[in-house]
Design a protein around this ligand. Structure first.
Ligand SMILES: Nc1ncnc2c1ncn2[C@@H]1O[C@H](COP(=O)(O)OP(=O)(O)OP(=O)(O)O)[C@@H](O)[C@H]1O
Ligand SMILES: [Mg+2]
Length: 333
């Protein structure tokens, strides 16, 4: 659902977010220079309404930090974030308040986002109260509607339950419902199914798919390229704080350009996460975002690296063999 001429829902440009490495007493006394975790090191992407973009990459590559930066939950060092045409990079908390309602996040562990002392009813109504939205009656209707949208029907069956009286999948549905009562435009789902039993994953992903069809922009974060391929419109593959490949989901999966994406795809997906193997070439040293390799950040693990890769930090460009909008950051493509 592209709206002609309208700005993208989310536009992120050259985003940089670092965390300081604690120096400890000795380091401070010795005046050692401050070192940084380069969690997000120049990330750009766009997300439209009605579109699902999957951010894929192995643990520690900066997916969650990207999400938290976009939502202004952590401060970034550089770059810009535009939400629905408004530059929110430097907005203060007062100005952000109204926008926060329109940008919601759901987490991996629904236990974390649900207060164990609250019944479902209170979990769903409270965000509306906090934002001063609707009458009591309207809030009740919103809560019921949100439960229906997440497949928890009839609502009466769930409204009076506590989180511990729900299954893991139901808890995640309630967490999604609690973000939907606010009618957000953007939903960020950070590993929304990785803690859940395999049997309920498709149900949760189906809800996100449905919300996308209703016009929400969805940024889905996942380790799992096969999930991304199945549900997302576009895929952005992240490595050590950068997007190294991006394109239509089918193009990225059918015609991967970056050797890192090729490695991720080389592993036959196992349904049981405990049986998932890491790709052969990725077994090597775990990338360290404090000492990012110079040149191409992937070169120490790359099977096709040439000497030049030690010096050239490749830009995201369209390879000759790729379709329009399919980009990769590799001088060998
Ligand atoms: N609050 C923090 N303080 C310091 N370093 C952090 C903090 N949060 C994350 N990091 C570091 O930043 C890097 C990126 O972390 P991030 O959580 O964004 O990765 P991720 O891709 O979401 O990983 P995962 O798949 O394991 O969730 C990692 O090296 C991590 O250790
Ligand atoms: Mg994460």
């Amino acid at each position: 659902m592209t709206t002609n001429g309208a700005p993208p829902l989310l536009e992120v440009d050259s985003l940089v977010t670092r965390y300081p490495v604690p120096r400890g007493v000795v380091g401070s006394l010795a005046r050692q220079p401050q070192r940084w975790v380069h969690a997000v090191a120049g990330v750009s992407f766009r997300l439209r309404r009605g579109e699902m973009l999957a951010l894929v990459g192995e643990s520690g590559c900066g997916k969650t930090t990207t999400a938290q930066s976009v939502l202004r939950l952590v401060d970034s060092d550089a770059g810009t974030i535009r939400f629905d045409g408004t530059d929110i990079t430097a907005l203060g908390s007062g100005d952000l308040r109204g926008l926060r309602r329109r940008m919601q996040i759901i987490y991996q562990d629904p236990y974390e986002s649900l207060d164990p002392r609250f019944r479902v009813r209170r979990t769903l109504v409270e965000p509306l109260e906090v934002h001063g939205i609707g009458s009591k009656e309207e809030r009740r209707r919103e809560a019921e509607e949100a439960l229906r949208l997440t497949g928890l029907a009839p609502p009466e069956l769930f409204l009076d339950r506590y989180p511990h009286e729900l299954s893991g999948g139901q808890r995640q549905r309630v967490a999604i419902a609690a973000s939907l009562v606010l009618h957000p435009d953007l939903l960020i789902a950070d590993e929304p199914v990785s803690m859940l039993d395999v049997s309920v994953r498709a149900g949760i992903l189906g809800i996100l798919d449905d919300l996308r069809r209703r016009g929400l922009g969805i940024l889905m974060i996942t380790h799992d390229l096969s999930t991304a391929a199945r549900y997302a419109d576009r895929i952005a593959v992240m490595y050590l704080g950068r997007i190294v490949e991006e394109g239509a989901a089918r193009d990225v999966v059918a015609n991967p350009q970056h050797p890192y994406t090729q490695a991720l795809l080389s592993v036959v997906p196992k349904r049981d996460p405990r049986q998932r193997q890491r790709p052969e070439i990725l077994r090597g040293e775990t990338p360290n975002p404090v000492d990012v390799p110079r040149g191409c950040r992937f070169h120490p693990r790359c099977p096709i690296a040439i000497p030049e890769c030690r010096d050239v930090d490749p830009e995201l460009l369209q390879p000759s063999d790729a379709r329009a909008g399919h980009l990769a950051a590799c001088i060998r493509t």
